[in-house]
Design a protein around this ligand. Structure first.
Ligand code: CA
Length: 223
């Protein structure tokens, strides 16, 4: 899952990015509204954390511009504690949720988890496919109840595919959602990671759809 953080307070931006990275997301950061708008307009994000008070272009204008352009990613806005009107304006502009400053990082993490899973059509933090169970809150994967040790990259790959289970996900889409903007992307590496995941899970829930990509499902369920 790839996220965008738009926050002009450099310290807060860094804290948000670090906490989200630690929680297993790939994070791009922007420190003003123009840069944030550009990234959100051109890169595919699974969710965005957007401050309202930003230099160059305020958060409400950024959000309105994204929605006008048809950008549908979930957006969590950050508002000042006493500015109830910002919350109303933000939600009317297309925000999916808000958190007032100052906040506890755990609240941001919980709300981002909820936005990401709901936009993929899941009501719960636990997504299952046969004996495989993904727990987004605990960043844990089990097969038949036994914990499987995955690297953060393998976890991100499986989490993305399980959020979109039943749908064919292309290698390009995976690359775009698993690496940040500065990463030297090579879609061939996806194949290597899928191979490792299959081996570690010990059950083939990741099926190759020739020429198109991958789909998560039980054998016989694909297509
Ligand atoms: Ca600000």
């Amino acid at each position: 899952m790839r996220l965008l953080v738009v926050e002009d307070d450099v310290n807060l931006n860094r804290q948000l990015a670090e906490a989200l990275k630690e929680a297993g997301y790939v994070v791009d950061s922007a420190v003003d509204g123009e840069e944030g708008h550009f990234l959100g307009d051109t890169e595919p994000y699974d969710a965005v954390v957007l401050d309202i008070g930003l230099p160059k272009m305020d958060g409400i204008s950024v959000l309105e511009a994204w929605r006008r352009a048809g950008r549908k990613m979930p957006v969590l806005i950050l508002t000042a504690r006493d500015r109830w009107s910002d919350k109303v304006a933000g939600i009317d502009a297309g925000a999916d949720d808000y958190v007032a400053k100052p906040f506890h990082m755990e609240e941001i993490l919980a709300r981002i988890r909820a936005l990401v899973r709901r936009s993929a059509g899941h009501a719960s933090n636990e997504i299952e496919c046969g004996p495989v169970r993904l727990d987004m809150r605990a960043s844990r994967v089990t097969v038949d109840g036994l914990a499987i040790k995955l690297t953060s990259h393998e976890f991100r790959l499986l989490a993305y595919m399980m959020h979109h289970k039943g749908r064919v996900v292309s290698r390009t889409e995976l690359v775009e959602h698993l690496y940040d903007q500065d990463f030297d992307r090579d879609s061939n590496t996806i194949e290597v990671f899928v191979g490792r995941l299959r081996k570690k899970l010990g059950i083939d829930i990741i099926q190759t759809v020739r020429g198109l990509g991958y789909t998560v499902g039980l054998p016989g369920e694909a297509g």
